[in-house]
Design a protein around this ligand. Structure first.
Ligand SMILES: CC(C)(COP(=O)(O)OP(=O)(O)OC[C@H]1O[C@@H](n2cnc3c(N)ncnc32)[C@H](O)[C@@H]1OP(=O)(O)O)[C@@H](O)C(=O)NCCC(=O)NCCS
Length: 188
């Protein structure tokens, strides 16, 4: 399988592999309600667990990757994770957090997702990309609409012991190649 590199550059962002020096920030975000927004529950990890995950390769392996999202040449603003489904390896699931509230609603979430989606289809050759989102998470649903996703089903799920109702959205390879958003790049 062709795997993409440690970094993904987008017009305004750099997505890169996590290193040990990022752990204090990731732990702080992990325990912060504000960093998760209204529709995600903090996963509450600590530095010991974070270091263990890093050493074990849990943040970066062939089927699961966590990227730190940074403004180019500046500070980190969030994380994006994808994993390949164990029962369907040609299907990737993504999850994103713009952890600094002031950095939301500037198009960064859409931009980060767009360029990872392009890599997933073009380099990893997945057949579909899926995302779960809380039924009330309008900003994320707007992102998914802009990125050509379609609603598959609505289901109950467990988010760190909090019961939520969410939508499952999917973009398949046929829709990806036809969608102009992946061919023309309007980001500044
Ligand atoms: C959801 C999230 C990733 C979106 O990223 P972002 O950078 O804020 O999103 P963008 O700026 O690219 O796009 C947001 C869109 O939602 C729209 N929007 C914002 N608030 C809205 C609301 N209450 N109702 C409807 N649309 C809304 C914006 O206008 C924008 O659409 P536009 O480009 O057509 O104007 C980010 O807000 C976030 O990380 N939130 C907290 C964690 C989270 O919810 N993660 C997603 C879990 S699935």
């Amino acid at each position: 399988m062709m795997i993409f590199g440690d970094k993904i550059m987008t017009p305004r962002l750099r997505l890169r592999r996590i290193t040990e020096s990022d752990l204090p920030l990731l732990v702080a975000w992990s325990n912060s309600d504000a960093a998760h927004g209204r529709y995600l529950t903090p996963d509450r990890t600590d530095e010991v667990k974070g270091r263990e995950n890093l050493v074990m390769g849990m943040y970066w392996n062939d089927v699961n990757r966590v990227f730190l999202i940074e403004l180019k040449g500046e500070k980190p603003i969030g994380t994006l994770r994808y994993w390949l489904r164990s029962e369907r390896r040609n299907c990737a699931v993504m999850a994103i957090k713009i952890s600094i509230p002031q950095m939301r609603d500037k198009g960064y979430g859409t931009e980060a997702q767009k360029y990872v989606i392009m890599q997933l289809f073009q380099r990893l050759k997945v057949q579909s990309v899926e995302m779960y989102t809380d039924i009330n998470n309008r900003p994320q649903q707007r992102c998914l609409q802009k990125l050509g996703f379609e609603l598959v089903e609505t289901l109950g799920y467990d988010d760190h012991q909090v019961k939520r109702v969410g939508h499952l959205f999917r973009l398949d390879a046929a829709a990806f190649v036809k969608n102009p958003v992946y061919q023309y790049h309007y980001e500044q």
